[in-house]
Design a protein around this ligand. Sequence first.
Ligand code: ADP
Ligand code: MG
Length: 515
Amino acid sequence: MTKANIPAVGIDLGTTYSVVARLDERGQPVTLVNAEGDRLTPSVVLLDGDDVVVGKEAMKAMSSEADRVAECAKRDMGHRAYHRVIGGKQYPPEVIQAWILNKLRSDAVQQIGPFEQAVITVPAYFDEVRRKATQDAGYLAGCEVLDIINEPTAAAVAFGFQHGFLNAAGSADRPRHVLVYDLGGGTFDVTVMEIRGSEFLALATDGDVALGGYDWDQRLLNMAADAFQREHSLDLRTNAVAVGKLWRECEDAKRTLSARPKAPIVAEYQGKVVRLEISREQFEETTQDLLDRTRFTCVQALRAASLEWSDLDHVLLVGGSTRMPMVRAMLQKISGKVPDASMAADEAVAHGAALQAGLILAKSDGRPATFSIRNVNSHSLGVVGTDPQTKRRRNGIVIPRNTPLPVSAKRQFKTAKHDQRSILVQIVEGESPSADDCTSIGRCTVADLPSELPAKSPIDVIFNYQADGRLKVRVQVPQMDRLLETEIVRENGLSKEHLDAWRRHISGQKATEYR
Ligand code: ADP
Ligand code: MG
C-alpha cells in the first residue's frame, strides 16, 4: 500500500460516546458507522466472563449487570485504577479505554480496510498525565497514535473547513475570534481561538475534567431517588443495578426535556415503583449551579485571552450536552450572539481529528500543509521546591498556563555538596503555590553527574512542552557541555512492562486479569 492510500482516521474517544471519522477521496471528513450501524458508539465496556463487549450492548447491560460494566473511564484517566471494581477485579482506566479503541478500530477496519495510524482527541483541559494515559491506551489497542489533539481545536478546524476558511479564498479573509464551548458527557472544555485563514491559534483554554451531562443526569437521579425514598423509605442508591436502571431513565428524560416541556421518570426497586413528571423549569433550577460553573469558566478563558464578549465572531457549540436549551440561552444572553450550532455537535471533533490526520500523512508524503494549529498548555508546569522558612513544599512555576506550544524553559539547580552525583527534580502541574495541591507528573533523577563537582555547581534542567501537550525533560551540566535526555519516573500510569503485557492481552480480547 502506498502512503497516499493510508486512510486519514480521527478518533474522538469521548467520555460517554466515541466517534470515528476519516477523510474521503476528496479530502472531506466523513463519520464511519460502527458494526451496529450507528455513528456514535457508547464508551461503555461490559466484561462478560472472558468476553469484552463494547458499545450499545454494554450500555444496555447497565440496567441489569451494572457491576460488570465500566462507563466514564475517561474521567479516571491519570489515576491508577478505575474507580469501581468490575466483575470483582480492578482495571487501569487505560485498559478500559483501549478496549473501546479496539472496538472502534476493528469496526472501522471492516469498512476501510486495515489501518493502525490515527489521531486521537483529548479535552484541552487534560493535563500531561492524562495525555500520556491516552497515548498509552492507543498503544494498548495496537494503534500508532499520530497525534493527540485538543477537542475544541479539532472542532474549530472542522468549523473552519466547513466554512471554507481553509481554501485560498478563505485564508485571505480577516481573522476571526471563536469561543468553543464543549460540554460533553463527562468533561467541560472551553477554548478561545483565533482563526487567521488556515491558521488556528488557541489563545486560552480552561475547563473542568469532572463536569458534563453526566452531572445533569445525576441531579435528576437524586431527585427521583429522593422521591422514591420519601414514598417507600428505601434508598435505591445502595444498589448498583437499580442505579444503573434509573440512570438510563434519567438520561432519557433529560434528552426529552431538550425537546419538550415535561418528561416522565419511573423509579423501580424491589418491586416498588414511583412515577414522577419533571418539568423543564424544575430541571433547569436543580442544575443551575452546574451551568453557572461553565459560564464562570468561559469568562475566565476570555479574560485569559484578553478579549471581551463583543470581540467574538462566533460561539461554537460542541458536545451532546449543548443541545440543552439552558446552555444556548445562557450563551446567547452573555455573548449577545446566537450560538453557532451549524456543526454536528457530536461529530465535529472526530472530523477535525481526521483533518489533522490527513495533514500529518500529507506532510510525511511531502505534500503541502493546508492548515496549521498552535495550541497553548492548559496547566502551569512547575518544579517542587521547599520554602526555607515554612519548610512547605512549593510549586515553582516554570511554564505558566496558556503559553503557546511548543515551548522550552530552563531552570537552574545547584548541587548542595561537593561531589554530589545526582539531583532529584519533582515535576508538577497546576496553579496552586502549594505543590501538594498540584498534580504530580513524576520525578526525574539527574544521575551520573561528573565526580568532583564543587558544591553549588549549576545544573540546567530544560523542560520542553511539545505541541501535543506532552513533556520531555533534558539536563545540561554547563561545566561538561553535556546534554542528557532523562526519563520521567511516573507515579501513576503503567510501566513499559505492564503496557506490553496488557497490549498482548488486549489483542486477544480477553478480560481475565493480567498479573
Ligand atoms: P463526550 O464527548 O463527553 O462523550 P458527547 O459530546 O457525545 O460527550 O455528549 C454526550 C452527552 O450529551 C451525554 O451526557 C448525553 O446525555 C448528552 N446529550 C445528547 N443529546 C442530548 C440532548 N438532546 N439533550 C440533552 N443532552 C444530550
Ligand atoms: Mg466529546
